[in-house]
Design a protein around this ligand. Structure first.
Ligand SMILES: [Zn+2]
Length: 312
């Protein structure tokens, strides 16, 4: 069998193994072409979750050719999770490599509700924003950008995803993430803060929990003698010297060091706002520095912040 489709045979075998016999068909046209069709329930889940955009495109182009089973009216009544919408068929098919275009391509069976509306089993709260973009490229209001982005991911609408990612607050998040990528342990530390604060408050039957958190940007300690120099020159030590200064401050969680323009206050802002995002109120204040003696006249001097987490 000679497959001339854009997917390699190994890929076809993999798809074949994921679908039941009646959901998977190969129709041979002549001896050189194979056309494959997968039914929507499994097929769409599969290529949204597992495949990248390029593969998805290839799959749609490929699977679309020989089949034209369902004929849709020009105006489509929709029921998205109980919310009703009406739109043109051409709107749903606006961008070819999207899930909606695939669903309404005529290649898939779509269930209907009791009134005959095409049914999509998804929360309809943001579907209007999706339709408005497909109709005339309209973008949602700022407070809906995040939620619509999530829906656009589900429906695999690439142009909407691109536009939203160039819109606030998603652009800001991208910029912020570029900084946080310098701290690969950031998420883990955040989890740790939440966990420690939870355990501490429960043990004490308290409304608040306090944590000591060290946030430092520079690896090496700076003494009063070196500070003037430090501002004008890059502060460097050999690796063997660096070992002498290595230690863990006596705190609950520690962030640092990093090399970026963003400073300690920027990172504190990240921590507090990420906790707020999870519904956790956190206040922080600097309560001094780590005064561990390292060697000679060197003390750690990393700043220590007290975080107060309010649970209720
Ligand atoms: Zn220290």
């Amino acid at each position: 069998m000679n497959y001339s489709c854009p997917l390699p045979p190994a890929c076809l075998n993999l798809i074949g193994s994921l679908f039941h016999q009646d959901e998977w068909r190969c129709v041979l046209i002549g001896s050189h072409h194979a056309h494959v069709k997968a039914w929507p329930s499994l097929g769409l889940t599969f290529f949204n979750r597992v495949w990248g955009r390029q593969q998805r495109k290839a799959w749609l182009r490929f699977s679309g050719q020989p089949f034209d089973i369902v004929h849709f009216p020009e105006v489509i009544p929709l029921n998205v999770g109980g919310t009703y919408f009406t739109t043109r068929l051409s709107t749903l098919r606006r961008y070819e490599d999207t899930m909606l275009a695939a669903m309404f391509s005529g290649r898939h069976h779509i269930p209907r509700d009791a009134e005959g509306r095409f049914f999509i089993d998804r929360d309809g709260a943001y579907f209007g924003d999706i339709l408005n973009f497909l109709r005339e490229g309209e973008l949602p209001q700022r407070d809906r950008v995040r939620a619509v982005h999530k829906e656009a991911q589900y429906y695999a609408i690439g142009p909407l995803l691109d536009s939203l990612e160039d819109t606030q607050p998603l652009t800001g998040e991208k910029v912020r993430q570029a900084f946080l990528d310098l701290l690969p342990y950031y998420k883990e530390n955040l989890e740790q803060i939440v966990e420690i604060a939870k355990v501490r408050a429960m043990q004490k039957k308290a409304r608040f929990a306090k944590l000591k958190i060290c946030v430092y940007k520079e690896e090496m300690p700076v003494t009063p003698y070196e500070r003037p120099l430090f501002n004008s020159l890059r502060f460097e030590r050999s690796e063997s010297e660096a070992k002498i200064f290595e230690h863990h401050c006596e705190v609950d969680v520690s962030f640092g060091p990093w090399e970026a323009v963003a400073d300690v206050y920027d990172l504190l802002h990240c921590i507090v706002s990420d906790l707020a995002e999870r519904g956790i109120t956190a206040d922080q204040q600097c309560i001094g520095v780590c005064d561990k003696h390292l060697i000679n006249h060197y003390y750690c001097k990393r700043p220590i912040y007290e975080f107060k987490i309010t649970w209720w």
